[in-house]
Design a protein around this ligand. Structure first.
Ligand code: ATP
Ligand code: I3S
Ligand code: MG
Ligand code: MG
Length: 349
């Protein structure tokens, strides 16, 4: 633990004789910080301002503080080793330089849990490698079958796309996704192509994916360590054969999964609304955590319309919008607590 090796939740008025080595460090401003000499587990965070706003809400900070966890902003202009000491580093920043800083820090501070390792996160920044684990897993049991849509990577030369699609046997319509998925606005600019010729209008590098009809509803599976939570979201509507033969062109679509309202309380066809079986999701999540080496991510999964148990994972996101996950404040606090308790156990054995 960052200070004295034991978590003692902060209580108003508590006084101790410890040093104030954290004095002058930038700490989160709301709720009011406790005295710097308290025995807290310290979570250093390096997040975008957007992420701070959606994730580090007063309720989370308050709950965590009551359980002895303090969030402290990392100053990116100063060496990480000069800050803290941290018990956990929580981050979602991109860039080679930041990755290197974190890798060096992990090497020199093996006692600190970095959520998550930069090279493991990097795996999700490419939409091809992102889904490879799911394909390799080939999950199929009595609860259902989980795969990925048929897909093809186009690195360059848009004019080659119609031929490449025909050769690979991909069926229209096709979802075109930027190959890089680094959280930038551009990486979320997706399009739907209805006919073969229009595919030339797309801009590689891309992943082309068969569009799978799924009744206009998808499931977001949020993972925080060993906890999983599933929510329904509205998604793109099905494309019927008649529509496909009457429409040509490429249509850009916005960030559906983000913009779309929750479909949890909507009046839906039960066959579409039914959540994927819990044991199937648990198996998938556990295995993905292991294979990806990540603890904080979500996945978008759809059920092929007209089937009960045929599922496709279409997207995996690192440190997603947990602010939209029910009860995330409690789940996250308990998760962080379990990490520091494990660190403490390790140290004392
Ligand atoms: N293969 C597919 N078949 C059917 N619908 C799809 C497919 N791929 C994507 N979609 C739809 O497009 C949406 C956006 O796709 P995707 O989740 O891959 O993009 P993203 O920009 O990475 O999203 P996020 O905001 O979750 O990171 C999905 O939520 C789903 O509605
Ligand atoms: O929770 P879902 O619906 O999957 O959507 C998330 C995206 O997948 C994330 O990529 C967003 O985070 P970043 O904008 O930090 O990449 C994340 O941004 P947020 O944390 O600001 O809400 C969400 O938009
Ligand atoms: Mg998505
Ligand atoms: Mg995504």
């Amino acid at each position: 633990m960052g200070l004295q090796g034991q978590i003692i939740p902060y209580k108003n008025g508590e006084k101790e004789e410890d040093d104030d080595e954290r004095a002058g460090k930038e700490i989160s401003s709301f709720p009011p910080p406790p005295p710097l000499h308290s025995k807290f587990a310290v979570v250093g965070y390096a997040l975008t301002s957007k992420k701070i706003k959606s994730f580090l809400k007063p309720k989370l900070e308050g709950l965590a503080r009551n359980k002895g966890i303090l969030f402290v902003a990392i100053d990116q202009n100063r060496p990480l080793s000069d800050q803290g000491p941290f018990d956990i580093v929580l981050h979602k920043l991109t860039g080679k330089e930041w990755r290197q800083i974190l890798e060096d820090y992990r090497r020199t501070h093996p006692e600190v849990t970095v959520l998550d390792p930069p090279d493991a996160i990097q795996h999700l920044h490419n939409r091809q490698s992102m889904l490879q684990c799911v394909a390799d897993m080939n999950l199929s049991n009595s609860y259902g079958k989980v795969g990925i849509p048929k897909q093809l990577v186009i690195k360059k030369d848009a004019s080659s796309i119609p031929g490449a699609v025909a050769k690979a046997g991909l069926m229209l319509p096709i979802v075109a996704k930027p190959l890089v998925a680094d959280g930038s606005a551009k990486s979320h600019e997706l399009s739907l192509a209805y006919d073969q010729q229009s595919l030339q209008k797309l801009e590689p590098p891309l992943v082309l994916q068969e569009f799978v009809n799924h009744g206009g509803v998808m499931f977001k599976v949020y993972i925080v360590g060993e906890t999983i939570k599933v929510v329904r979201r509205f998604s793109l509507p099905d494309v019927c054969k008649r529509e496909l033969s009457n429409i040509a062109g490429v249509f850009r679509f916005p960030r559906v999964s983000c913009a779309a309202a929750s479909a949890d309380n909507a009046d839906l066809d039960p066959g579409v609304a039914e959540l994927p079986p819990r044991p199937l999701l648990e198996k998938l999540a556990r295995e993905l955590c292991h294979r990806l080496g990540l603890r904080l991510f979500n996945l978008d999964i759809i059920r092929e319309h007209g089937t009960r148990d045929r599922f496709y994972v279409i997207d995996i996101n690192y440190f997603p919008g947990y602010g939209k996950m029910p009860e995330y404040e409690h789940i996250f606090t308990d998760f962080l607590l379990s990490l520091v308790q494990n660190q403490y156990k390790k140290k004392s054995t």
